[in-house]
Design a protein. Sequence first.
Length: 110
Amino acid sequence: MPRTIRKDLIIEVCDKTGIKQQDVACVVDAFLESVMTHLGQGDDVALREFGTFELRVSRRKIGRNPKQPEITIHIPDKHVVRFKPGSKLEQLAAAVPVVALGLNHNHAHA
């Protein structure tokens, strides 16, 4: 599956708007910095139709090192970022054919 990176998005916005790449890059960087700042302050960030970035607590648990399974490791509570897609994004994602993602469920029958 192809990957779209930051630079690709910047070029696409430039092509759509006629704004210089340097200016679009500044806006993208400022936007991402703002999102990270708000999440770092404990705020959720909601972007209508796109989705919501939420802080959730991953509860403490006991883990094991596969190389030393007899030793338990205590993993403390921590905040994690969860992304909940908006309705429009969910609809777009649902419309992507499964074949386009390179998934092949026939390999189990080989």
